[in-house]
Design a protein around this ligand. Sequence first.
Ligand code: PFF
Length: 448
Amino acid sequence: MQNHVAKFSRVGFILSAAGAAVGLGNIWKFPYITGVYGGGAFVMVYLVTILLIGVSLLIAEMLMGKRGGADAVSNFQTEAPKGSSWAWTKAGYLFVIGLIIMTFYSVVIGWIFYYLYVAVTGLPTSQKEAEDVFNALYSNAPYLQMALHTLSVVIVGVVLVRGVKNGIEKVNVVLIPMLILILLGLMFYSMGYDSFGKALSFMFNPDFSKLSGEAIIRAVGHSFFTLSIGIGSIMAYAASLPKHTNIFQAGLWVAFLDTFIALLAGVVIFSFLFQFGGEPAKGPGLVFMSLPVIFSQLGGIGIVIALLFFLGLAFAGLTSAISLVEPTVMYLERRWSFSKGGAVFWSSLLYFAVGILVILSISDGFKESFTIGGKPLFDALEFAVDSFLMPLGGILIALFVGFAMKRDIVEGELLGHMGNTVFKIWYFSIRFIAPLAVLFLAYNALKM
Ligand code: PFF
């Protein structure tokens, strides 16, 4: 094993994996797709998927990383039994999905940087003004977005070059708890609003008549996205795990923290939104249009809270971003003997360049030229990731751990921590429930 990744501590791993999982998906994306797809029933599907499939896959991916101890391509090769007829040697390339995600993820991190600036220079005071501020950025400021996207690429690159353990682990230990505190604070504040109950019922009172096929696909896809499964990120981190780590417990912790933060963000954002007459189905601008108005109503302290919130959000995004690129960096270093700097440079350049096209795809004057199937490149990529690519990655991992790896090896890793019954349920889920559910969904997504 090469020494560029020192071993994690147990808590360091849980927090770093949670840092990978908790990101824009929780605070930016979850509330906005919940809004778009109608609330409660969508949330219900999301929660059930996390429980039935997500946690199992998270544990499976940790198991592969911990046992393989290397990049995804190598892990798929070394952990398969000799002479295994599966075409596993190629499955490890699923790590490329991370770079595809980064093409839009990094753009959104750029928006957050912009809102740090807005927080200091003057928050919008009405819903209408907030919408104008966001729309001006979203569709009318391609060069500003490119500059901010560049900044995000550079920050992620600098951290990656310095190595995951010393930078990320330390940052996560401070910022994830801070983010939770800020969200809890905001929740207590919003409890004073009449709209708090309305927000709760919007999120937790399912109206299944609102649930479209597309909503189900998005909910399942998002549960993969939010837990960071199926693209080798968690695998890359788990490759630096000490031998005796209880990955069952680690998986439960990561899933719990991730879900808790998403629900908290949802409740806060919808309370604020309903209180001020906002529309839940606003799409990607939701967080940026709802919260700043509230912050501005709070006076001086509002600016501080706004700064803390967007800073927390930026760090949540950046720590996830790092985990999105790390698998590619690890692959280039280990399989192609790239230097750390070279690996980071080439991976970054790739997603940076496509990110520029993503920005053009939402910018007035350019967007007509950057559509796929009638959708802006931004939306098309996001949809492809959620609906096909991550579920595909998940299925490969599930089938590999469920069928290609020898059962006694898998048992050896987990039985002691899980006990017999839970192990059996988990193993059944990995072998049958997860692959079949994902296949069914991918089939339906293809028909759409
Ligand atoms: N889970 C992250 C989020 O919710 O923002 C996004 C993500 C990070 C997806 C890392 C996949 C991944 F490997």
